[in-house]
Design a protein around this ligand. Sequence first.
Ligand code: ZN
Length: 291
Amino acid sequence: MSDLVWSTLWRLHIPNKLKIFGWRVCHDILPTRENLARKRIIEDRTCEICTRGDESALHVLWECSVAQDVWAGSIRKLQKGICEVREIRQLVESMIHKLNLEELELFFVQAWLIWSQRNLVLHGGKLQDPTRLVQRAEDFLKEYREDQDIPATGIGAVIRNDSGEVMAAISAKGPAVFDSEEAEVLACRKAVEFAVDSGFYSVIIEGDNCTVMNSIQSMSRTRANISKLGHFYEDIGCIILGLQEVSISCVSRSANTVVHSLARHARIIEDEVAWLELVYGVPGIYAGYNI
Ligand SMILES: [Zn+2]
């Protein structure tokens, strides 16, 4: 990878996990079906979503009809017909040449959302409306940029397996919030996103704010929440829709002490820190926050 690609990627104002995603894209090491077939882990390299081509990184992030539908709704410079390339590195390089840094940030966030959706669909989830993914990318960046300048809260989440062992944990900075409900909803969204990023698709979500847990519960049934926090609930609902199995419950605050320590730890870090065990089980997520 050229120095330009690397140095540009590192200058972007996006969360570190997205820089790492971008780095994996540029090195073509995402576990696409083409890469898995090359390593002889699977034989069939066909894209399972459209079944119309081999699933390379370029295919899944750019050429697949599902990806095209998303890019078609994005800013003009990111619309598909504008750029014809043969491999993923060429695509990234051409984007670096024609986009300014903010547009490039949008490109990587959108590509990451397309990749996350692909993972969810392959694990039994449903495709989302492309306009919803376009909106989610814009909201994601807007929130991230706003969060940089204001006093932050801390978010903590732990993923345990069915024996109660910690499989993964995250400590992350969150935005300033209006009240404890907002803090808990944001923590829950971060926790569910983290579970999917880490490859967990059957989860029990536990939090200690019963109002929030009940709203998420009813959200997954009625799919509508008109409160001021509605769009956060909607994000959670969309992610949950992609999970294989999910149940939601309220636990006492004392069951969540590790999570609250992680949330306090977030005060002294810059962005977010995650710990991952390599052996996956059936996890429960414990989400919490600390103002
Ligand atoms: Zn496809």
